[in-house]
Design a protein around this ligand. Sequence first.
Ligand code: HSE
Length: 436
Amino acid sequence: MQHPIGIGLAGLGNVGAGVFKNLQANRALLRERLGLDLEVRKAAVRDVARRAEEGFPPELLTNRWQDLVEDPQIRIIVEVMGRKEESLQLILAAIAAKKIVVTANKALLAEHGRDIFEAATLHGVPVFYEAAVGGGIPIIKALREALIGNHIISIHGIINGTSNYILTRMREAGLSFPEALAEAQAAGYAEPDPSFDVNGWDAAHKAIILASLAYGFWIPPEQISVEGIESLTAADFRFARQLGYAIKLLGVIKATSSTPGSEIEVRVHPTLVPEKHVLASVNGVFNAVAVHGNVVGETLFYGRGAGQDPTSSAILCDIAEAAEALANPRRNLGFMPHGLYGRCKPLDAVLSEYYVQLWVEDRPGVIAQVAGILGELQIGISSIFQPESPDEGAMVPLVMMIHTASHAQMRAALERINALPCVHRLPRMIRVEHFS
Ligand code: HSE
């Protein structure tokens, strides 16, 4: 047996500690499977004394990440600091020093994936990032390897566990958004600052990574459309259920046709999903990603999208792949750019079906006014309902399901509907996905 392959661990927070623990626990298994031994040689942390008190071997600890890059015995650097500038500096320095990088940093990849992989290509060094999307679900490897022979027609992903927990509780227990968020925080699911979980941007970072991998170019974050779950109401869940739908925060990624050169859609938003579709049954903190390839058809990947052990499982997979790559240099460095696709569709041109909910006065002619505006803009209503009200003139919800229309059509229609005197409160619009 050769010398162990040295690993530098940047970060010993929840995920880093999990990698350390699971690497020790499964070191012998990995040695048998890889024929290579893996050993953590150093761990860079902010507070050395605190980590030593927690029981990490003091001789491994340093407060300088540069020590990992400068150690010639370290061949693989695992970045789980989850910071911005500092993580980017470390990754670029590690690549320049020809160390293979493993990172779980989804925000960094979504914003700087192109720079990171330009550096990786320049130096011929792989960068692996299985833990950046879907926690323990091996979706990156699936897209990069198992589905390599497919044009990807679409990806629909529940890729934020916290928001899925909140939506599950709103649906199951009729909770309001603030009540469900408080419950998620009390259960330890939401981050201390849950903004990225609920405003859609955590899922958006992951959607950017999946889309970039599927279509061979780094999607500019400013070209995608992102909506969070903060404004969903208990009434939306009641109406959706009456119509046979669940509401999920989905990352929706599509090529507008399976022909190379077609435009790409990348969006994250609350979505009505038919109750009979499998994604409607993905509940609690679980994640799931449905990938439709033009050869394979529909596939589904399901599992825990966060947490110490699932995330470390993904990082162990990357470390193992990194160790193999050291022994057998390779062309695919973790992201193969190509020019078959390359443009994102402008949001206004994106087509969808919609759920629209208005608060209107219950009096003659109201539905005609609303339907008139939709008709003038060539927007078709596929169904409509208004619960019976006690008094004429009372305010009532009006719920409509809308046939396929562009975002621009709907924007124009809702502006005009909102200006009607019989409409109280801002109209609410949620996209509907029927899956092909
Ligand atoms: N906060 C994320 C989630 C997990 O709730 O899914 C890390 O990406």
